[in-house]
Design a binder for this molecule. Structure first.
Ligand SMILES: Cc1cc2nc3c(=O)[nH]c(=O)nc-3n(C[C@H](O)[C@H](O)[C@H](O)COP(=O)(O)OP(=O)(O)OC[C@H]3O[C@@H](n4cnc5c(N)ncnc54)[C@H](O)[C@@H]3O)c2cc1C
Length: 375
């Protein structure tokens, strides 16, 4: 083992969570390795819908998302590159009385948590978004919304991480972690293991496998979210549009393409890879809904569709904190609207690792393990 293979911290998984932990640790002076079996930010963090939203974020996570939203809007300052982040009005639309009830309850909970959401009628909503369907009854409006281009995330983080001296090891699959004298030995599929004093698990939907390396049973549900993008169109919308039930997200990028999402599910699991489980029927439903909400999309042609894997815990709240009973072991992930909150969540965990005061509480995983035992 050479000195070059010894680190103060090994972060396993280079999505937005792992990258957001590794960067502040390195900037605080730690020697950090960030290890991923693929390229940086090419799973959920590189293929997501890029919505930076309060309306789809769980109320408990609003304070975290608000701080992270500010970070996304300002990446040239702290990452050195833009990720195409743009502030837009966020609209969450209700078309039926049942949806109005859902919308009012959700907006109230999020407003209480600090999100500046107001409810407006359809006419006011169409002033904000002229292309919106005339059948909108009531609409949640949040000016703190917008989007980034998820596929630019890895490029921006790479520059910052390398500038901060992080050893970025891409194409390196970790197979296990073992306690050895002086820290942790991180075993990899091909090549020499890494040595690190601390280890952070940031494996997205694969966190269940990673927790298993420590004998911890942490059930992680896998959502298989489908997305589609249209050809370039003339301007058809200027807001970020969703519906109260959550089954739609729509935005038009500056190049004219419209991204259609909403969590319509594909098939498969965390060990099936990505891209081989697309469900075309779900795509058709998603597109029909999109064209109902924004009629100009009836003219749109879809040029590409794909899917990605999103992690969720039993209570849909994050795993963020120490690994119970594991000295110098930490875990981060399963954050609802995790792209939105990612940069702040990562910085928060880095503060915990560095022993700094925390701006907001962590989400220790003990609660999830206890639920498992009780079941
Ligand atoms: C299609 C889709 C749309 C979404 N849309 C939005 C949205 O609009 N707004 C929003 O806020 N959120 C959205 N999300 C959620 C968001 O993308 C995720 O919450 C977030 O990106 C998760 O980041 P992560 O770093 O935890 O996981 P990931 O980005 O999945 O990163 C985990 C990494 O761990 C690596 N890894 C796994 N096992 C190993 C191993 N053994 N060795 C080494 N490396 C390993 C993987 O290669 C991967 O790079 C969406 C998710 C999906 C899938």
């Amino acid at each position: 083992m050479t000195n070059a293979d010894r680190f103060d911290c090994a972060v396993i998984g280079a999505g937005v969570m792992g990258a957001s932990v590794a960067l502040p640790l390195a900037r605080a002076g730690m020697r950090v390795a960030l290890v991923d079996r693929g390229p940086i930010c090419r799973e959920a963090s590189g293929v997501n819908a890029g919505t930076l939203t309060m309306q789809m974020t769980r109320a408990a996570l609003i304070p975290y998302a608000l701080k992270a939203w500010e970070l996304w809007m300002d990446t040239p300052r702290w990452l050195g590159l833009s990720v195409g982040a743009e502030q837009r009005d966020g609209l969450s639309v209700a078309f039926t009385e049942a949806e109005v009830a859902i919308l009012e309850a959700r907006a109230a909970a999020r407003r209480a948590a600090g999100a500046p959401i107001t409810l407006v009628d359809g006419a006011r909503a169409r002033e904000i978004e002229p292309g919106l369907s005339e059948r909108a009854l009531r609409v949640g409006h949040c000016p703190v919304d917008g989007f980034a281009s998820a596929y630019l995330t890895g490029r921006a983080f790479r520059v910052a991480l390398e500038g901060a001296g992080v050893a970025l090891r891409e194409g390196v699959a970790v197979t296990g972690v073992e306690r050895v004298r002086g820290g942790w030995q991180v075993r990899v599929a091909d090549g020499e293991p890494l040595m690190a004093t601390r280890v952070v698990l940031a494996g997205g939907v694969w966190l269940e496998d990673m927790a298993g390396w420590f004998g911890i049973r942490l059930p992680i549900k896998v959502l298989i979210n489908q997305l589609a993008v249209t050809e370039r169109m003339p301007p058809v919308m200027q807001s970020v549009l969703g519906i109260a039930s959550g089954l739609l997200s729509l935005k038009q990028y500056p190049n004219g393409t419209v991204l259609i999402g909403g969590g319509w599910q594909g098939r498969g699991g965390r060990h099936d890879g990505r891209g081989d489980a697309f469900v075309p029927e779900a795509l058709i439903g998603n597109i029909r809904l999109a064209a109902f909400v924004l009629p100009a999309l009836r003219r749109a042609r879809i040029v590409r569709a794909w899917l990605g894997l999103e992690a969720e815990t039993a209570d849909a709240l994050p795993v963020l904190g120490p690994l119970p009973g594991v000295e110098d072991g930490w875990i981060i992930g399963s954050v609802h609207s995790g792209y939105t909150s990612g940069p702040f969540m990562g910085a928060l965990l880095a503060d915990a690792i560095l022993g700094r005061p925390l701006a907001l509480p962590l989400f220790p995983i003990d609660r999830l393990l206890a639920q498992k035992d009780a079941a």
